[in-house]
Design a protein around this ligand. Structure first.
Ligand code: PA5
Length: 426
């Protein structure tokens, strides 16, 4: 079984996108992109040795009960999504994904160095936030009496094996280094050791994640282009963008999928928000991603989605079967309880999603529905590859480079200039 995607109205797909000539052109470019050796995300699930190397590291360190992932952006958001969607709660997970000193102090405070494994993840191997945090952890370990020669018992690295200072440091200190393939960008790297090692520590079946990603390819590559969910979704979003709908809300009706929305925010924003098109012309394009989750946001952002500006397309995600359910029967006689009593919590969630869909239709608000049979590694693998492929195809339709991020460089350069001007701390 696969994910399904249905649209509020196929008529919203404008003819300039659905016209077969234009689709054929984009499709050809998409097929070239995913087979381009420099862009590895679509086929990385087939590199079995990447998971194998993580399983060996897991075997070695599996007695550790505290797993700490140190990384930022694509080196943290994917793993955060996996752990909150599928993690088994048997170990303590900490994500050191920012440089807030107060937060870091709180995080370190609850760790026991003898039970901890620090996973330092940086594709480039030189990201300031990650290096700074690692330096602090190394000092903290030293204060606990850990000698430099023993750091290899507390750290594992993941980085690009070709061009990364972190890789060199790992070699110097004898620290195990897992590979982030050079041809997979940070925000597309969740199905690599970036996500695998934390997933193994959280009891997640990585083979199922990869199988899901593999199995959805037959739908993503469906040669009947008028039925292809990927093409239909990209055409739908692009048609709406032309009418001013340049914001994309991802709203899973599931708490466990809440972090999927944050992972998607980075993927969608950093990939598609670009100043220049492929010809070098200034286009200042992109879609603004809006993270949301149901039913909670029905008491928050949904007011805006229903009645605010006509600029948002909603991607709703329905979980068809939750692993757990609860009866709502009770002895309370007040009407609010009595109405609920014959039902279950799962039914209430479904009714609220269906209610929102009907209200969105009435308000003429564009939306599509992704149906996920259950929250499992297999279907999350399908959803991850679907959203990554959608990003790549939409980038081609926007004629931009999906895989770079020049817009974040200027701020970084300034930050280092300011740091230099500040001089050393007293
Ligand atoms: O998608 C990207 O490439 C970025 O958002 C990176 O994930 C982020 O900047 C962190 O980079 P690195 O993994 O090199 O530390």
């Amino acid at each position: 079984m696969s994910l399904s995607i249905t649209f509020d109205s196929d008529a919203r797909i404008a003819s300039e996108y659905s016209a077969s000539e234009s689709i054929q052109g984009h499709w050809k470019s998409f097929l070239q992109t995913i087979d381009d050796e420099a862009i590895g995300f679509f086929h990385v699930n087939q590199r079995k040795e990447l998971l194998q190397s993580c399983m060996e590291v897991f075997e070695k360190f599996q007695s550790r009960t505290q797993f700490i992932q140190v990384g930022i952006g694509g080196s943290s958001l994917g793993p955060e999504m996996l752990i909150s969607a599928l993690g088994d709660n048997k170990r303590q997970f900490t994500f050191m994904n920012n440089i807030d000193p107060d937060q870091l102090a709180l995080q370190l405070d609850v760790l026991d160095h003898s039970k901890s494994l620090f996973y330092i993840v940086s594709k480039s191997g030189g990201t300031a936030e990650t290096s700074a945090t690692m330096a602090i952890i190394a000092n903290w370990l030293r204060d606990k009496g850990v000698e430099e020669k023993d750091l290899k018992n507390h750290f594992v690295f993941a980085t690009d094996p070709v061009k990364s200072d972190l890789h060199n440091l790992g070699r110097e200190l004898g620290i195990t280094c897992l590979e982030i393939p050079s041809n997979v960008g940070g925000r597309f790297s969740v199905l690599t050791p970036v996500g695998f090692l934390p997933a193994l520590f959280a009891g997640i079946d990585c083979a199922d994640l990869l199988k899901g990603a593999q199995d959805i390819k037959k739908d993503l590559l469906n040669t009947n282009l008028t039925e292809n969910i990927l093409i239909k979704t990209a055409c739908y979003l692009m048609s709406l963008k032309d009418k001013g709908y340049n914001q994309t809300v991802l709203m899973p009706y599931s708490s466990r999928l809440r972090d999927l929305s944050f992972w998607f925010v980075q993927l969608w924003a950093e990939s598609l928000g670009k100043k220049h098109n492929e010809k070098g012309e200034v286009v200042n394009t992109g879609f603004t991603p809006v993270p949301a989750y149901g039913a909670t946001d029905q008491h928050s952002q949904v007011q805006l989605f229903m009645e605010g500006p006509y600029d948002k397309t909603l991607l709703l995600v329905e979980v068809e079967k939750f692993a757990n359910d609860f009866k709502l029967e009770s002895n309370f006689s007040t009407p609010s309880f009595k109405k609920l009593a014959p039902h279950t919590l799962g039914q209430l969630m479904k009714a609220e999603l269906d209610g929102t869909i009907s209200a969105l239709k009435d308000a003429d608000r564009p939306h599509l529905l992704i149906k996920m049979p259950e929250v499992s590694a297999y279907y999350l693998g399908q959803l991850i590859l679907t959203l990554e492929a959608l990003t790549a195809l939409t980038g081609l339709m926007l004629s931009i480079n999906t895989f770079d991020q020049p817009g974040v460089e200027a701020g970084k350069r300034y930050a280092f200039q300011y740091l230099e001007k500040m001089g050393p701390a007293c």
